[in-house]
Every structure is written in structure tokens, then in C-alpha cells.
Design a protein around this ligand. Structure first.
Ligand code: EPZ
Length: 423
């Protein structure tokens, strides 16, 4: 298993081009199942997760071609016919978002058998809201031996769907099913994340009729077929936020090309409060910190436009060197503090009680061997390593490869001492 070694202490200076968003790209790839025409996705990130999903889509009948286009990496997807409406456990277990093929398979063929994803490192992550939405749209759903068997022999029908809590995946799943349902679907309690807006815009380019994406109330008028389209994946706000915190941690000045400040305000406001310099540009951001120690600030994760749970581990790493005590509250997932004991191994002073972590800033972290537990936790350890004295070696780097494209290359180009150790 590969590891990443970081020698701390080098400030970051330079430009980092932000890749297309992982959590948009994988849902847009799923949307390709809804049409027999080609969907061309540009600004595609090349990640382990997009490869996993490509493998699943091929099994279902898609042709998936990754190629270098005029504006960078793109993926061409075309599902002339669904050859199998079966998503096996081995594939869904590797990447939970694969579960979202259920809705499109049902919409296109009237039946599907898809494995339940199970829990994961950060929480139980049930799919009850996904299933409630599909049931509302008229699907018959049974569970046998870990598999969802879903049927809609006479097609899905528009319905009212009221989500009791904000769920990105369930909102996206409802959208992916409702666009081809007969009649109008009215969704309340919808998630408002930028990835929802991205999915709605791609579906609209394919001919779907969606109003209100990015608000809690969405209306979808079903159409009888969708067409092919070309669509550019939005920049990854989590990748951009992570590099912003890397620069804040290591010091220096970094330009994040392509980052959309408007999608990142919850983080940027907290960074400014802590004393980080943030300059908002038309096509990116400049992040700088010169010398002075950062001030401790509190955060509480919540659905968009709140502070993203996917940036919580990185912020905790940043606060471990701040002056004073900061409280980090995680309200989205119930078990997302696995990075805290690893940061403690580097000298951080963090105590966790339930959904709250108290981080008392220390003057210095020290490099140590640490273990990645999930994607965002592992990158939190990498940015801690950038500011630590000595060498940090992050094990189980496959987590990082799921969601950060060419991480070592991007950080090294700004002067960080980061290298991959191949086993
Ligand atoms: C998406 O997960 C992202 N994943 C996550 O990023 C992200 O942390 C999360 O949204 C929140 O922003 C992808 O887009 C692939 P949710 P998702 O449904 O859709 C509960 C990363 O590192 N819930 O919004 O699965 C759930 O347990 C990943 O890139 C139910 O109770 O998240 C959680 O507490 C990690 N029942 C809350 O809702 C359901 O049916 C929000 O989860 C569905 C969700």
C-alpha cells in the first residue's frame, strides 16, 4: 500500500489549478444512464472514485471513454441500452455513491437490483430517505439478502417528496429518478449544495425541466426522454478549501485557480476570522499567511451554506496550531473525528466528547507515522504534516487517491516537500 511522506516546514508559494469536483462528477456520470445519447463531461477529475464508477457503469451497459479534450480531461459516456440492471455488493461497497444508479435504472428499465451500501468509517449512513423518495415516485421496493429489489413496471410518477433532513445523496437520487417520471415532482427539504446545482444544470442541458435547484424547494416536470449533452464539471470546493488550509497551515501565498469563492464563503469567513489573508478573484482565490500565529475560532458543520463536514478534519488540523482553544462541532455525521487521535500522535491537544472536539492550540506539531481513516481525514493529516517539525508518513493513501487528483504534484509545485512511497 502506498504511503505519503511529508517533511514539514516549507511555506507554499505558487498556483494550484483546482480540478473538477469529485462529488459532482460521479453524479453527472450516473446521469448518463438516463439517455441513449452521448454525454460529454469536461473538466473531469481523474480519481479512483470516477474509475470505480466507470467500471460499474460499463457493467450496466455504458461505454465510458476517458480522453484528453481541448480543455483538459474529459469523459464520454453513452448507454445505448441498459444490458444489466444489477449493481453488485462488491462495487457498491467500494463507493457508496454507486447506490444512486438505482433511480436511473428504474426510470429507464422499470426494474433494478442494487446492493445496499452498508455503513462506513464516518457514520451509519442509512439510505432510508433515498428509498422513501423512490417509493413516493411509485416504485415497489423490497429488501432481500442485502439487496434492494425495485420495480416500477408502469413507470415512475411525479409526486410530492418532503425530506425531513437535508441529504445531498437523497436529493440527487430523487432528481435522477423524477426527471423521467410522468408528471410533476415537488421536493421540499431539498439539499442546497453546489453539487445539486451542478447536477440540475447538467440534467437541464440534457432536456430536463427543473426549477429551484440550490433552494429547499425544487419542482421537476418529467419529460419522456432526455438527450445527450456536453457539460463542464464545476470546480471542487472541497479540494480548493483543502489547499486554502494547506497554505494557511504552512504559510506563504497560494493562488487557487478556478476556485469559486461564492461556494466557499463559510470556510473563507472562518479563515479570515482566524487571521488568514483571503483575496477573492473572478476566477479563483489568493490565500496568504505571513508569519503571525492564527487565532482559534470555533466551527460547526452543517449542510450548505454552512461549514462543510468535508472540510472539518482539515480545519481541526489548522486549529491545532492556533493560539487559544477552538471548539469543532460535527453535526452531519456521527463518527467523523477519527483524525483526532492521529493528530494527537503529532502532538496536537484535542479532546473529543460526543459530537464536539476541543482543540487547544499548541506551539508546534511533530512529524509522526499516522494512518488515514477516510478521504478527508487523511488530507487533514497531510496538511498537518506540512507544518510539523520533521517527517510525517501517512499510511493507507488509497483513501486520498479516491478524491484528490495529483495531490503530491500540486503541493510539490508550490514548494512542499511531499513524496509518495511506493510499496
Ligand atoms: C455527500 O454524502 C458527500 N458524498 C459526502 O462527501 C459529504 O460529506 C455529504 O454529502 C455531506 O455534505 C458524495 O457526494 C458522494 P447526505 P451523502 O445524504 O450524500 C443522513 C466525501 O468525503 N442520511 O447529505 O451520503 C446521513 O447519515 C464524502 O467526499 C439519512 O439519515 O450525505 C447524514 O447524517 C464523505 N438517511 C446526513 O443525512 C438517508 O437516506 C447527511 O448525509 C441519507 C442520509
Amino acid at each position: 500500500m502506498d504511503r505519503i511522506a511529508i517533511t514539514g516546514g516549507a511555506p507554499l508559494h505558487g498556483d494550484i489549478a483546482i480540478s473538477g469536483a469529485k462529488n459532482s462528477a460521479i453524479k453527472l456520470m450516473v446521469a448518463s444512464l438516463l439517455t441513449d445519447e452521448p454525454l460529454r463531461l469536461t473538466q473531469m477529475p481523474r480519481l479512483a472514485d470516477t474509475r470505480f464508477l466507470g467500471a460499474l457503469l460499463r457493467r450496466l451497459g455504458a461505454e465510458v471513454e476517458e480522453r484528453e479534450g481541448p480543455s483538459g480531461p474529459e469523459t464520454l459516456l453513452q448507454t445505448r441500452e441498459i444490458v444489466s440492471a444489477f449493481a453488485p455488493y462488491e462495487l457498491v461497497r467500494q463507493m457508496r455513491a454507486s447506490f444512486n444508479v438505482l433511480g436511473p435504472l428504474l426510470a429507464r428499465t422499470g426494474h433494478a437490483k442494487v446492493s445496499l451500501p452498508g455503513g462506513c468509517e464516518i457514520g451509519a449512513r442509512p439510505v432510508d430517505l433515498h428509498l422513501a423518495a423512490l417509493r413516493a415516485l411509485g416504485a415497489h421496493i423490497d429488501l432481500h439478502e442485502g439487496y434492494i429489489y425495485a420495480q416500477a413496471p408502469r413507470g415512475l410518477k411525479g409526486a410530492r417528496i418532503a425530506f425531513p433532513i437535508s441529504s445531498v445523496g437523497a436529493t440527487e437520487h430523487a432528481m435522477l429518478a423524477a426527471v423521467l417520471a410522468e408528471g410533476v415532482t415537488d421536493i421540499t427539504g431539498a439539499a442546497c449544495e453546489p453539487e445539486i446545482v451542478d447536477l440540475a444544470a447538467c440534467l437541464a442541458a440534457m432536456g430536463a425541466q427543473i426549477e429551484g435547484a440550490g433552494t429547499e424547494h425544487m419542482t421537476i416536470r418529467g419529460v419522456s426522454r432526455l438527450a445527450g449533452a456536453e457539460y463542464a464539471v464545476a470546480p471542487d470546493r472541497i479540494e480548493a478549501g483543502t489547499y486554502a488550509m494547506a497554505a494557511a497551515m504552512a504559510g506563504g501565498e497560494v493562488r487557487l485557480t478556478g476556485a469559486r469563492a461564492g461556494d466557499m464563503e463559510a470556510l473563507l469567513a472562518k479563515l479570515e476570522e482566524a487571521g488568514v489573508g483571503v483575496e477573492r478573484l473572478n476566477d479563483g482565490l489568493i490565500i496568504r499567511r505571513n508569519g503571525a500565529r492564527l487565532a482559534a475560532v470555533d466551527i460547526e458543520t452543517s449542510p450548505f451554506p454552512g461549514f462543510p463536514t468535508d472540510l472539518q478534519a482539515q480545519f481541526m488540523a489548522l486549529m491545532s496550531l492556533a493560539e487559544g482553544e477552538s471548539v469543532v462541532r460535527e453535526t452531519v455525521f456521527e463518527n467523523r473525528f477519527m483524525h483526532a487521535p492521529e493528530l494527537r500522535r503529532m502532538g496536537a491537544d484535542i479532546s473529543v466528547s460526543g459530537r464536539e472536539a476541543r482543540v487547544r492550540g499548541v506551539e508546534r506539531l511533530e512529524g509522526a507515522p499516522v494512518m488515514a481513516t477516510d478521504l478527508r481525514a487523511s488530507v487533514g493529516l497531510v496538511i498537518a504534516g506540512l507544518a510539523a517539525r520533521g517527517e510525517t508518513v501517512v499510511d493507507r493513501v488509497y483513501h486520498l487517491d479516491r478524491g484528490f487528483e495529483r495531490l503530491e504534484e500540486k503541493l510539490s509545485a508550490c514548494g512542499a516537500k511531499v513524496r509518495r512511497l511506493k510499496d
